[in-house]
Design a protein around this ligand. Structure first.
Ligand code: SAM
Length: 286
């Protein structure tokens, strides 16, 4: 190991791993994984395969969205004893639509060392070859699964002037693109990246209707992993008076009814209890 990459005791290294092509693992990532005392990972079987490929044997600690808070205590304990640890996810950069945020947040607030070992992420990989503006972009991760919530979220982004980037799963890709075409219109330039860095890597540049046509034409094109990128609105409508009903419905996608009602009551002067009741009706719980 070079002196530049010598490990520091009591540090958690956030190590990016490939999103498809194993040769994309950096030399430093390999060195760090080979040198740490423990590797925390999303799925032990998945990480075990990567480590086997690299000829590395290490104790693994599973950290996923269901146990992250308890595991944080264990990680803090290991680090306080001066151990070194790595955090990896199944693919790409941990914490980017992947577990790790509560853990890193807790370590920062405890004053413990966290150090990134950068590498691939599907967002940047997709944007770098999409041919859409990259000077300013906004990463939106995964959209809500249900069509209603998805449409509301997209409607709230229709005026966004920056390039929009989304992750999407194969079984929802066509439905999502169709809703996007309705919300953003048939002219908006877009690009879908599929199976980045893998054998069947494909880019679909064009308008949303053109992209839908190409991907729907062949079932094989609906397999794999997808990044959807949409050019920003070149001519956003000026901010007009806020539509309180629309705002209320958008807040309800993200927040519990009580919080959404409190915010809209504050902004509109409407009665909080009545708004809470309306929230339950909208969500079909009243
Ligand atoms: N942490 C990862 C990163 O840094 O990109 C993302 C993890 S997220 C759970 C998985 C999603 O990322 C997939 O559903 C897909 O939208 C996107 N993704 C990951 N690998 C990809 C690839 N090789 N090609 C296209 N999209 C990919």
């Amino acid at each position: 190991m070079t002196s530049a990459s010598r490990l520091q005791a009591g540090t958690l290294y956030i190590v990016a791993t490939p999103i498809g092509n194993l040769s994309d693992l950096t030399e430093r990532a390999k060195q760090v994984l080979a040198s740490v005392d423990v590797i925390a990972c999303e799925d032990t079987r998945h990480t075990q395969k990567l480590l086997q490929h690299l000829g590395i044997r290490k104790p693994l600690l599973s950290v996923h969205e269901h146990n992250e808070r308890e595991r944080t205590e264990q990680v803090i304990h290991h680090l306080r004893q001066g151990q070194t640890m790595a955090l990896v996810s199944d693919a790409g950069t941990p914490l980017i639509s992947d577990p790790g945020f509560p853990l890193v947040q807790a370590l920062r607030s405890e004053g413990l060392n966290v150090s990134p070992v950068p590498g691939v992420s599907a967002i940047i990989t997709a944007l770098s070859a999409a041919g859409l503006p990259t000077d300013r972009f906004t990463f939106e991760g995964f959209l809500p699964h249900k069509a209603g919530g998805k449409r509301e979220k997209l409607e709230a982004q229709a005026q966004e002037p920056r390039t929009l980037v989304y992750y999407e799963a194969k079984h929802r890709i066509i439905e999502t693109l169709q809703i996007m075409a309705e919300v953003f219109g048939p002219e908006r330039p877009a690009c879908v990246a599929r199976e980045l860095t893998k054998t069947f890597e494909t880019f679909y540049p064009g308008t949303l209707p053109q992209i839908i046509e190409q991907i729907s034409a062949d079932d094989d094109q609906q397999k794999g992993e997808f990044v959807v990128m949409i050019a920003g609105n070149p001519d956003p409508a000026p901010a007009s008076e806020v539509d309180m009903d629309k705002l209320f419905r958008l807040l309800l996608v993200e927040l519990p009814p009580k919080k959404a009602a409190a915010i809209v009551a504050e902004l509109s002067g409407e009665n909080k209890k009545a708004l809470y009741q309306k929230a339950l009706e909208i969500q079909g719980k009243a």
